[in-house]
Design a protein around this ligand. Structure first.
Ligand SMILES: [Zn+2]
Length: 133
């Protein structure tokens, strides 16, 4: 018996195989079984009409500046992101000597509540390609 059975969803397992109906067993916070629907026992979580899949990898995040303030990364996790890759733009607070130094750097990256903030147009601009509409 597993702690939790995610049932009724379509499993897309990340291997490239087509999605299929499956029960997913979770024990102690880890997936420990994938089985035909209706074969696992335990507390059930109904995922009918939903896709059940491994977490997504955000290949371009700047979370290295915010992760110390939000170590659970709730905004990423609630979107299905379970892995954040950082340091893509040629800057990163790492390596850092100590966590207080990193927290200090994070604060310095926040827009000022009294200053002008980041420079950007007041409204988004979009170029329209020539041609018929
Ligand atoms: Zn970037």
């Amino acid at each position: 018996m597993t702690d939790l059975v995610i049932t009724g969803g379509t499993l897309v397992d990340g291997t490239g195989a087509p999605g299929r109906p499956a029960d997913i067993g979770v024990t102690a916070g880890r997936v420990d079984a994938v089985a035909a629907p209706g074969t696992l026992t335990g507390r059930r979580l109904d995922a009918a009409g939903l896709v059940v899949c491994p977490g997504f990898i955000d290949l371009h995040s700047h979370a290295d500046f915010s992760i110390t303030g939000h170590p659970g990364a709730d905004t990423a996790v609630t979107q299905g992101v379970t892995t954040l890759v950082t340091g893509n733009c040629g800057f990163s607070p790492f390596p850092v000597g100590d966590l207080d130094e990193l927290r200090s750097r994070r604060r310095s990256c926040r827009p000022s509540s009294t200053g002008p903030g980041p420079t950007r147009p007041a409204t988004p601009t979009r170029s329209t390609p020539p041609g018929p509409r």
